[in-house]
Design a binder for this molecule. Sequence first.
Ligand code: ASP
Length: 584
Amino acid sequence: MKRTHNCGELRKEDTGKKVILSGWVNKYRNLGGLIFLDIRDRYGITQVLFDPKNLSKEIIDTANSCRNEFVVTVSGILNVKPEANKNLSTGEIEVIADGIVIDNESVTSPFNFLNGKSDAKEEIRLQYRYIDLRSAKMTENLLIRHKVALAARNYLSDKGFIEIETPTFSKSTPEGARDYLVPCRIFPGTFFALPQSPQIYKQLLMVAGQDKYFQIARCYRDEDARGDRQPEFTQIDIETSFPVQNEIFELTEGLMKEVFSQGINVEIQTPFPRIPYLQAMEEYGVDKPDIRFELKLKNITDITRSSGFKVFADAQTVKFLAVGGLENMSRKQIGEYEDYAKHLGAKGLAFVKVIGGKLESGVAKFLTEPETDEILAKCELNGDGIIFFGADKLSLVNKVLGNLRNRIAKELKLFREDDYKFCFIIDFPMFEFSEEENRWQAMHHMFTMPKPEFLEDLKRGENLENILGQLYDLVLNGVELSSGSIRIHDSAVQEKVFSILGMSKEEYENKFGFMLNAFKYGAPPHGGIAHGLDRMIMLMCHEETIRDVIAFPKTKNQNCLMMNAPSEVDQKQLDELGIEIKKK
Ligand code: ASP
């Protein structure tokens, strides 16, 4: 028996057709002798009815022996159901069976599917990923991922970009994270590194005259388990020659419009706002602002400098976050926010309530009239509300109020989950000083070109903290989706950046000599961007973690629970590689 249809396509119009379906038993029911099997495949679920009145004992016995996740092929005639199931696209029809073959049995599944999702905890889902992926939700996620990748390829190809593969076995050229190393058998003691991104290759492709490159590229970074990271992840990686920044932004806007339309049928509004980094930090406290809601931070440092309230007067920065409609917040609720602020590193969380155009309770009594007037003028509340203050070092104030802003917006449901608001963050500083390592670090990566007005400062190695790069991020709903920059294409400037970052000539020649050399053979001006595909799909699928949009992900601790990897290898393999394991 060869299937004639899939399990998601039959409708009322097909009534009377003789059909054969193959799939997995999603549900088995025996209702007073009538046997119902719901047969599932990637496309949907179709109900099949076995009526003992019309069927041989053998067929009934076979149907009766089916259990969840058995693989079966059934034949029958399509019929309209007496009562439609509105939750299923095939809910109006059923197959009146006249035959069944069990293609394969299944031992008891470790979980069931409820509302199209596995009902087990994540470890079990990951261990039995091949069953988990049968669910409607996971199948949909994989399909959206496929559609997005396809739409991206088509869009970029239409714009003249060609997909070029770059190696997975590369040279260790740290880009901020630790490299994964691959020992080389032929030259014991040497290693390839898996690329953290195709950054250097794509730049060399520009030197190679390929003009417009893209690749749906796998990247590998060995980072500690923090946040929602995977040791390997995927980027839509793009590079172009002779660009101006705006060209890359317009290409990105078009790409996002296309992939959201093709992937999930959502119309994205363009152009995206361009927000300078310093403005983003000032107004939202973070460099990845969620702009689905307003709630901007306000700075009152100038006016509180001479405050009688010591906490404000002594602080490097004083900013506030005013939220309408929370004027009745209890002391207990405020206490919870205060604990949150402390957890983020603040000493406390001062507040006042705005009631009838006046400041009341909290720190109201410590504020002078000019301070009160300034706060009321700036708070932009349409009525009553509450104001939270941050008074500390600028970076801490931003961190506390920026996070509080996101938390409150979520609690008050100030945005819709299915609203997609993009923005570009532009004009990032090139460098940030790492107190920990006592040296300058690249804010993005070390191949970024400064804005032209800072080139001289860079060459002189002066004013480093104020140098802005031609460096940009794409942010979606508070998530950093993409990063890119216009690159350095001049070997002298590139050498200067390496040395600012603390590398000796010997060190950068050793690591990047080939690149500096390539730049001497006619490197064109170039720039690009890389879009995080996993995060993008995660937001499209309304998932909480990128693991739910990757077919075979690792756990937070970098394990593959399905294959039990990483794992030890044979002594023979180690001997061939000249590797000896030191027991910890
Ligand atoms: N290679 C960069 C990254 O992975 C992206 C870029 O600058 O194009 O973050």
